[in-house]
Design a binder for this molecule. Structure first.
Ligand code: HPA
Ligand SMILES: [Zn+2]
Length: 332
């Protein structure tokens, strides 16, 4: 049994495995520009965030119906459960679908069908976080929030993703204010490829409670001190960082230095179908490449539940934390 953990940085569209992509393509009569799953997997060679995003958005063409979104989420939750995930806070990108003529209701209600059955079927509790594409205009984010209004009982919070550089958090101040007024929790990708100033902006202007990635915080000692003092969780994604070349090799990932600095770090999978691993695969990879001790891994798992949006269910958080403390690492 793997270490129990919460997954806090997971794009559901990034869990689309080649096999399911081909299955949905056949079902929906969508032509994929790849001969087979093997040819598609060979296309997963990225130079940076943008080269990944190009493939990520193009493959979404196979997702068309509520059933497709339910199948996608259910397949992820089954995999997550097998990797020790007890709680998953799942990002989705509504604009990537509405731009293709798929209604936000199709997306949310399809995902919700899988999420609502997840505890019983997989033993995984869930939350849904709606992300805005930062390389689209702020006005589009506002319209998306408006379109999501009938579905807000399904949605816990908002996030900000896609191409970071040139699209600072300040651009989305208004939509974050509107979301806060609606009682939505707030997170944002910052400091993945963008500068540490974007992390500061996300905190100051968007009022985010967690930073997704936050890798480049280390370049600003004052920012690190602030993140430590305020216990702002960072949702790090080590295998993603290697595949998108934010770090050269996993052995040079700053995770140990970040933990030593007192930052509240969590380890997550981002887009596991594309980046070579789900939650436990990321834990195993950092253990092997960085030599993290069992107690360090336990700290990461504990952090994940502390950083989770479980404030409305503290008894559940306490149960998960007790599972982390009781976990016996296998001899290896
Ligand atoms: O890692 C990511 N960064 C930014 N946007 C994204 N959209 C999916 N994955 C990512
Ligand atoms: Zn991400």
């Amino acid at each position: 049994m793997p270490l129990p953990k919460a997954e806090l940085h997971l794009h559901i569209e990034g869990t689309l495995e080649p096999e399911l992509a081909f299955e949905l393509a056949a079902r929906n009569g969508v032509e994929l520009p790849y001969a087979d799953t093997e040819a598609l997997r060979k296309a997963y060679l990225f130079d940076d965030l943008q080269s990944f995003l190009n493939l990520y958005y193009s493959l979404m063409a196979v997702l068309r119906t509520e059933d497709d979104f339910a199948a996608l989420a259910d397949a992820y939750l089954a995999r997550a459960a097998a990797q020790g995930v007890r709680h998953a806070e799942i990002f989705f990108d509504p604009q990537a679908h509405t731009a293709r003529g798929i209604s936000i209701g199709t997306v949310v209600e399809g995902l919700w069908r899988a999420l609502a059955a997840s505890e019983e079927r997989h033993g995984v509790s869930t939350r849904l976080i709606m992300c805005f594409l930062r390389d689209e205009p702020a006005e589009s984010a506002l319209l998306t929030l408006e379109a999501a209004r009938p579905h807000l009982d399904r949605i816990t919070g908002i996030g900000l993703d896609s191409a970071e550089v040139g699209h600072p958090p300040a651009k989305f101040r208004e939509v974050y204010e509107a979301a806060a007024a609606l009682g939505l929790r707030r997170v944002a990708h910052a400091g993945e490829e963008g500068p540490p100033a974007y992390i500061t902006e996300a905190l100051d202007l968007l009022g985010v409670e967690r930073i997704d990635h936050g890798l480049r915080a280390l370049e600003d000692p004052d920012l690190v001190a602030r993140l430590v003092r305020d216990r702002v969780p960072l949702t790090l994604c080590p295998l993603s960082n290697v595949r998108l070349r934010a770090v050269d090799v996993l052995a040079e990932h700053p995770l140990p230095a970040m933990m030593d600095a007192g930052l509240l770090c969590t380890v997550n999978s981002d887009d596991p179908a594309y980046f070579g691993g789900y939650a436990e695969d990321n834990f195993r990879a950092v253990r092997e490449a960085l030599g993290l001790s069992p107690e360090r891994l336990r700290e990461l798992a504990r952090n994940s539940f502390e950083a989770a949006f479980l404030d409305d269910d503290e008894p559940r958080r306490a149960r998960y934390l007790a599972e982390v403390e009781a976990y016996d690492f296998p001899e290896s």
